[in-house]
Design a binder for this molecule. Structure first.
Ligand SMILES: Nc1ncnc2c1ncn2[C@@H]1O[C@H](COP(=O)(O)OS(=O)(=O)O)[C@@H](OP(=O)(O)O)[C@H]1O
Ligand SMILES: Nc1ncnc2c1ncn2[C@@H]1O[C@H](COP(=O)(O)OP(=O)(O)O)[C@@H](O)[C@H]1O
Length: 134
């Protein structure tokens, strides 16, 4: 990162964001990370949970490998290095959604343990819960 790039602090806290979200009190931003082989059921489960939470009035969003690879990660393939970069990017996006107060349902093959551990670290370093589902 360039030395002149300085992290900027928001002027809005998580409690304030939470007060503007959904029907229930309290901040519940987190990421639920579905990992598994192609065809394991990641999308079915995560989009099912997204629907159930949304019906309850709880903000949730499903981030899915197939979809993200049409946009944010469309320049990435499936080499070891590209999968690592894919997971790093979507973990950072998941963190931003979670910081907003959204329950983020991220479904990616994410075959490498190190990449999933990095995704966890990205969240926990900002005190955002991260649950790995397999
Ligand atoms: N070679 C190869 N290997 C794996 N997956 C492939 C490949 N080519 C295309 N696809 C499609 O891409 C989806 C997986 O993308 P992900 O972003 O989840 O993969 S990864 O986490 O970066 O490994 C995956 O979606 P799911 O089947 O839902 O897992 C496939 O539809
Ligand atoms: N619990 C399940 N039992 C049986 N079939 C399932 C189950 N979950 C998903 N499927 C089916 O398996 C296929 C792959 O599911 P999908 O959610 O797309 O997996 P992934 O996102 O891991 O690639 C789909 O045809 C889906 O309908």
């Amino acid at each position: 990162m360039h030395e002149l790039v300085t992290f900027q602090q928001h002027k809005v806290g998580r409690d304030q964001r939470a007060a503007n979200l959904g029907h229930y009190e309290g901040f519940r931003g987190c990421t639920i990370w579905f990992t598994g082989l192609s065809g394991a059921g990641k999308t079915t489960l995560s989009f099912g949970v997204e629907k159930a939470l949304t019906k309850l009035g709880i903000p949730a969003y499903g981030l899915d490998g197939d979809n993200v690879r049409h946009g944010l990660c469309k320049n990435l393939g499936f080499s070891r290095h590209e999968r690592t970069e894919n997971i790093r990017r979507v973990a950072e996006v998941s963190k931003l959604f979670a910081d907003m107060g959204v329950i983020t349902l991220s479904s990616f093959i994410s075959p490498y343990r190190n990449d999933r551990e990095e995704a966890r670290r990205i969240h926990e370093s900002e005190s955002l819960p991260f649950f790995e589902i397999y």
